[in-house]
Design a protein around this ligand. Sequence first.
Ligand SMILES: Cc1ncc(COP(=O)(O)O)c(C=O)c1O
Length: 636
Amino acid sequence: MNIRQIQEARELYGIDDWGAGYFGINDEGHVVSHPTGEEHLSVSLPEVIAKLKHQGIHTPLILRFPQIIECQLERMHSAFRQAIGEFNFKGKHVGVFPFKVNQRREFIDAVVSCGQRLDYGLEVGSKTEFVAALSYPLTANSLLICNGFKDREFIDMAFLGAAMGKRVIVVVEGPDELATFIELAKDQPVVPQVGLRVRLYSKGAGKWEKSSGDSSKFGLTTTEVLNCLSMLEEANFKDRLAMLHFHIGSQITEIKRFKNAIKEASRVYAKVVKMGYSPQFLNIGGGVGVDYDGSKTSFLSSANYTMQEFANDAVYVLGDVCANEGVPYPTIVTESGRVIAAYHSVVVTDIREVQGEELLPIEADLPEYTQGEVHKSIKELKYILDNINRKNYVEFYHDAIEYQEELFTLFNLGYLNMQDRAYAEDLFRRVCRRALYFSSFQRHQLEEFEDLQKALVSKYLANFSMFQSIPDSWAIDQLFPVMPLSRHDEKPSHKATIVDITCDSDGCLDTFVDRADVKTALDLHVPNNQPYYIGFFLVGAYQESLANEHNLFGAIHEAEIYINADGDWELTKVTKGDPIDELLESRNYDLKEMVGCYELQFDRAITGGILSAEQAKLGLERLTKFMRSYPYLIDR
Ligand SMILES: Cc1ncc(COP(=O)(O)O)c(C=O)c1O
C-alpha cells in the first residue's frame, strides 16, 4: 500500500473534485464508486470488471449505477426543499426528466421507479419519446410535458394521454400548434393542459447559448404569447393554461445567466397572471451544469455554482417577483437532464496496444547500421545525435529537420533504400526526444517544442469507439474525466493520448480535464502483462442518445450494479451489446440472403477443388457464428 502515491493519483486525476462523492480511489489503488453517495459503501470497479469477465462479458462496456440517479433526483429535490423553506416560498417544486438526455430503457426505468416518491415526471420532445413515456406508471401528480415541434398526430396523442389519466401538458412552440390543439379539443372527452414556451431576451452561456435569446429557434415572441392568450380566451380555454416555460440551453456555466433568465420569466409569469390567467407552473427548463473538470469555474466543462445555489437563486428570485407583483406563487418545474444523468454511468475499456516514442528509454542503444557505406546526410544526423546538448539543442534540432527533409527527397529520387530510410527515421526521432529533454529545463518552453511534445506522446489504443461511447468529445470537444481503474499505488510514467479502434483519425482523444487548465496528454502506466482498464466518467447524459455506429461499432455491453446497506454489491442486470448481425440488419442487410451468397461461394470453392465439402461446411458454420459475435476486439 503506497498511501502517498495514491493521494498523488487522486490529485493528478482530480477524482475528488469531479466525482461529486460518487467516485474515488481506495487504499489498494483501485477506482471505486460510492453509488449512494456514502463514502463507506463502495464498489471496486476492477472487481466488477473481473466478475463480468468471468461471466463472459468483456470490455468495452458500460457500468450503470441506478442508485446514483436516485441520489441525483434526491439532491435536486432536497436543494429546492431547503431553498423553499429558507426563503419562505409559498409554492412547490417538481421535477421532470427530459427523455432525450438518455432514452435507454434501463435508464428511464430507473428514473421512473426512483422518482415515484418525489412525483418525478417526464419531458418528451418527439412522438417516439412520447409513445415510450405513455407506457410508464407515473404517479397522479407527476407531469408529462410535451415539448418540441408538434404535428396534428402528436397533439392528438396528447389528448389520448390525458384520457389515459396522465397529467399531460402540451407546451406550445408556435401559434399554429395551439390552433390545431383548439380544433382537436372540440371532439375530445378529456383536454390536456397547455403550456407556452416563452422566448426570453436573457441568454444562456456556454456551448448551447443559441438555445436562448431573441434569435433562438425556440419559443414564442411576446406578440405570439399575446396571440396565444387571446386564442385560449376565445376558445373558452383560459383555464387550460397551466404552464409558462423557458429553457436557456444546456450546461449553463455561469449562475448569473440563470438568475437573469428567471428574473425575466418571473415577470412574464406575473404579467400573464395579472391578465386574468392562472398558470400553476413556471417551468425553468434544464441547463444545470456538470462540473466535468472539477474546477468549479465558468469554463465550458464546468459550472461556477452548485445545485443548491441554483435552487436558492431560482426560489429567491421568483419569490421576490411574486411578492412584489402580488401574484400567487407557482410550482417551480425543473427539466434538468444532464446533471441528473451524467454521473450514473462509466464506460470502461481496455488498452490494446501502445504506440509511440515515450516507451523507448532516452539512452536506448541505437541499432547498428548494417548496409555498407552510410549516406553523408545520415552521418550528419548521427553527429547531431551524438553532440546535441543543453546549449545547442535548438540549433541542432533545426539542422536535424533540414537533414531529415533532405533524406526524404533523396529517398523519393531513388537514392536511398528502405534500410537507409529506417535508420534515418530512428536517428531523427532520437534527436527529437533529446531536444525535448533539453528543452524541458527551460522555464518558458518554445512553442515548437510544445508542439513536438504533443507529437511525441505515446498513443494508447483503446478498445472502443469514441463515436459510439463518447460522441460529444468528437462532435463538440466535450471533456470527460478519463483515468485508469487501477495501479494508483504506482506512479504513471507516461504521457499519452488515447486513440480508438475506428478507422477514423478523428477517433483520438487528446484533451483531458484538469483543475487549472486543459491537459494535452493523460498520465498513464506502461501496460504490464495484465489487462489495463481505463474508465470514461460522467458519460450518462446525452452520450447514449447521440451515439452513432461509425464503422458499425454498436452499443456496448452494459451492467447494472446495486449496493446494499451492508456494503455487498451485486450485478442486477447484464445486457449484451449489439452483435454484428443486428448491426447489419439495421442497415437493411438481409441475413438470409447474405448466408445464401456465402453458401454459393463455398460451393464454388468445393467445385474448384479449393476446399473439401467438410471444410466448406465448417467454414460456413464459423462465418455464421462470427456474424452473431461482438464487433469490438475480444478481450485477451
Ligand atoms: C426543452 C429542454 N428541456 C430540458 C433540457 C435538458 O437540459 P439539461 O440536460 O442541460 O439539463 C433540454 C436540453 O437542452 C431542453 O431542450
